[in-house]
Design a protein. Structure first.
Length: 416
């Protein structure tokens, strides 16, 4: 059974690699055709949501036609009943869509009182940038997360995703592993990427990757009659859109790099990208596997681990100029990244007109130490607590799944 599962997983992985490889070549060789395909697929979601209000209007029109057909016959009455049912169904689903409330991203909330220097820096960036001053993204809230991310998430106000609330999510590991100047540069680049008035269509297609993924979980939580149709559709549609729009997302990131070059020094931006690339690789490929190994292999309880308190010291001990250069040279040889919305490092180098690696400065004071100051240790402890709770919930779910499968296994053994 285990061998079959491994074989099936290997086939699935191979299938994904082949599919992504073909998609990459389509995006590279026929960019306009690929863009039109992604745009068409994106608006399938809108078409599905607008189908129900349209169905209600058509049904109402047919009902009016039936009501005007005098004298009534058995056939006309049957048609009236059918269209009445269609009208009620369309109105009910339309009401569900228009009244849905999506949850905002979760994390530790940051305010100007808790992180005054960070908010002051955001305001200074906006005032000092032409794009941000005129087309600044307005944030509903700013969150600190335990993931390695620096992103602006849009949450629709209702079921038709035309108006949204913006949430700036800053990963604590990003602030820990990047120095203050590089973090500030990365933050400014992200703000420029979401400024209005530039690359509106590609940025909108990029945002829809997150937006469409909200639908299946949110609608399934309400468990209202008829909403299973929406859940079923988006469970299939959202992953498909994410896969097919991967290279559109990467092109949007490259466009953001180009736009950022108009606002900042190319050397500073390139060193920032290198620093962020190395830090992200360390966090996902070195540090997290090490932490998971303590839990799975060494059976250490999550309550005894402090991953965010120790992250900074472990990063500084393991990342020196030699290792940084070695990794960047390796990344420079990879011209395609089929697993992430972040373009390959080589693509970003070429897009910025960079021909050789310029090592970022290491060992500087981290952005987390700078912005949180004397409260840094307390913030790290809070993030440790957030991580422990999530990890414990995941372990509990895994134990419940395991316990649910044990009786079936025992029954099979007895039956044999």
């Amino acid at each position: 059974m285990i061998n079959k599962e491994k074989f099936s997983a290997s086939l699935q992985t191979l299938s994904n690699v082949v599919r992504n490889y073909r998609l990459h070549h389509l995006a590279r060789d026929y960019p306009k055709s690929y863009f039109m395909i992604v745009a068409t697929v994106a608006f399938v979601g809108f078409g599905f949501l607008l189908l129900f209000p349209l169905l209600s209007i058509v049904a109402l029109s047919e009902l009016i036609t039936v009501a005007q057909s005098v004298p009534f016959t058995t056939n006309s009455l049957s048609q009236g009943l059918v269209w009445c049912g269609v009208f009620i169904f369309g109105v009910a689903i339309s009401h569900h869509i228009l009244t849905i409330k999506f949850e905002l991203p979760k994390g530790v909330e940051l305010t100007a009182t808790k992180a005054p220097q960070l908010f002051a820096h955001i305001d200074r960036n906006i005032e000092g940038s032409f794009w941000l001053n005129r087309f600044r993204p307005k944030f509903h809230n700013v969150l600190l997360s335990e993931q390695f991310e620096l992103e602006i998430y849009k949450t629709p106000v209702n079921g038709i995703p035309l108006w949204s609330k913006n949430t700036l999510v800053i990963g604590f590991p990003v602030m820990q592993t990047m120095s203050q100047p590089y973090f500030e540069c990365a933050l400014e680049r992200k703000l420029i990427q979401y400024s209005k008035g530039r690359n509106v269509v590609t940025n909108f297609l990029y945002q829809l990757r997150h937006v469409w993924s909200l639908y299946p979980q949110t609608f399934s939580q309400r468990k209202l009659l008829g909403e299973k149709i929406i859940v079923w559709f988006f469970k299939l549609y959202a992953p498909f859109y994410k896969q097919i729009s991967l290279y559109t997302a990467q092109q949007e990131a490259l466009a953001a790099d180009t736009m950022a070059l108009r606002e900042m020094n190319d050397s500073d931006l390139f060193k920032t990208i290198q620093s962020q690339t190395v830090a992200e690789h360390f966090f996902h490929k070195i540090y997290l596997p090490m932490v998971n190994n303590y839990i799975k292999a060494k059976k250490v309880h999550p309550a005894k681990l402090t991953p965010y308190t120790t992250l900074l010291s472990v990063f500084r001990k393991n990342i020196d100029a030699e290792r940084c250069k070695q990794w960047l040279e390796t990344f420079q040889n990879n011209t395609i990244n089929p697993d992430s919305i972040t373009p390959a490092f080589a693509q970003r180098m070429h897009n910025m007109g960079q021909t050789k690696i310029r090592l970022p400065e290491l060992g500087q004071r981290s952005a987390a130490e700078h912005y949180f100051g004397a409260h840094y240790a307390k913030v790290a402890h809070i993030m440790d607590t957030v991580w422990r709770k999530k990890t414990q919930r995941q372990m509990n779910r895994q134990q419940q799944v395991g316990a649910a499968h044990r009786p079936n296994i025992q029954m099979k053994v007895v039956a044999s």
